[in-house]
Design a protein around this ligand. Structure first.
Ligand code: SF4
Length: 362
């Protein structure tokens, strides 16, 4: 295991000392209790000389310019480029993880690229990105780096976006989301048993985060459920999940039902059939969700954005490419005038479906 140089430690403040000499991390509901030298489950937060430090501040597992639709965010500056990056580690342990090489990394040499928050903001501007995304692994565990980067980005007019499981305690949650312009939060299933047995977490804190972000912040919110055959794809569970969303978050939060591919510690399940994703989308729409998508598959209807009022196709997509943009005026249906929920400009971005790996590190 590669050693983490002490010079890279970054002080944190969400922790408290325990009577037995250990220090408890208060960033996520795991509440790791650490003795000197120990790391939390996420690996990147560890017991330092004085409390808990973030050992990977300013270091990334790589940078890529993506279409914003890849996060996925379909209602936030569609068609624009986003500078994506992540670090290492995770505070959940999902058996189906689709980024397991990063999330389970215990090797700090995975973090090949070093970049300060101001480096990142400058690179995003230089590369023509409208936003920076904390993705690949969960920004909750590198909160201080994410927040400082979001602050540096906002000074240049660049937005900050997070892809997260929302498994975070209330105080750090408030700090993180105060600096975010948009987020895609996983709602991995609608049963505590799934969260417990498949992800080593709990459902309730995630639901609390969703309600908090929707009702207490200005952060644009979309949700993703990775639909796994035989685990979270029953009609009853999808019905309960989407009813909860409508009741607690409202009808305007877009839902993405994404296809699972066998990976990591879950290679015994088949990929999600397109028919299952379409069924999930149909259940969501029938329960009153206004914008529901299929993801990780090619599906013309499931990729498009429709007017919630009259059904006119407003944004037609081909994968991550926008093929038709029919808002008139901005954000409104040209046929009936109903407003589409989201953050839209007069024209979409022109980044297209490309994925461009970039080097930023010093
Ligand atoms: S953020 Fe990391 S160290 Fe802190 S409680 Fe969560 S898993 Fe443990």
């Amino acid at each position: 295991m590669a050693a983490i140089a002490q010079s890279q430690w970054h002080a944190t403040h969400y922790w408290h000392a325990l009577p037995d000499g250990r220090v408890q991390c208060d960033v996520c509901p795991r509440h790791c209790r650490l003795r000197p030298g120990q790391r939390g489950l996420c690996f990147v937060r560890m017991r330092g000389d004085d409390g808990i430090v973030l050992a990977t501040y300013g270091r990334s597992s790589g940078f890529c310019v993506d279409p914003i639709e890849k996060k996925p965010l379909n209602h936030f500056l569609p068609g624009t480029a986003v500078l994506s990056f992540g670090t290492a580690g995770c505070n959940l342990a999902c058996k189906f993880c689709q980024n397991w090489d990063i999330s389970t990394s215990r090797q700090t040499d995975t973090l090949a690229d070093a970049a300060s928050p101001t480096d990142l903001a400058a690179a995003a501007e230089r590369l023509g990105c409208r936003s920076v995304a904390f993705t690949y692994n969960d920004p909750v565990i590198f909160l201080e780096y994410a927040v400082d980067t979001a602050i540096a980005c906002r000074k240049r007019g660049i937005k900050a976006v997070a892809v997260t499981a929302g498994y975070v305690c209330p105080e750090p949650r408030a700090e993180l989301f105060a600096h975010l312009d948009a987020a895609n939060i996983d709602l991995k299933a609608f049963s505590d048993d799934f969260y417990h047995s498949i992800c080593a977490g709990r459902l309730a804190p995630v639901l609390e985060t969703l309600e908090y972000v929707r009702h207490e912040t200005n952060c644009w919110l979309e949700l993703t459920t990775l639909v796994i055959p035989g685990l979270n794809d029953s009609a009853a569970e999808l019905d309960a999940l989407t009813r909860w969303v409508v009741e607690h978050l409202g009808r305007d939060v877009p839902l993405h039902f994404s296809a699972f591919h066998p990976d990591y510690r879950m290679r015994d399940r088949p990929p999600t059939p397109l028919a299952t994703l379409r069924r999930a989308r149909a259940i969501a729409l029938a329960n009153g969700v206004r914008y529901a998508y299929t993801g990780n598959v090619r599906d013309a209807e499931g990729e498009a954005t429709f007017c919630h009022s009259c059904g006119t196709p407003l944004i037609v997509r081909n994968g991550y490419a926008i093929e038709a943009w029919r808002f008139a005026p901005t954000g409104c249906c040209p046929a009936c005038g109903a407003r589409c929920a989201g953050v839209f400009e007069e024209q979409p971005g022109d980044w297209g479906p490309h994925r461009l790996p970039v080097r930023i590190g010093r």
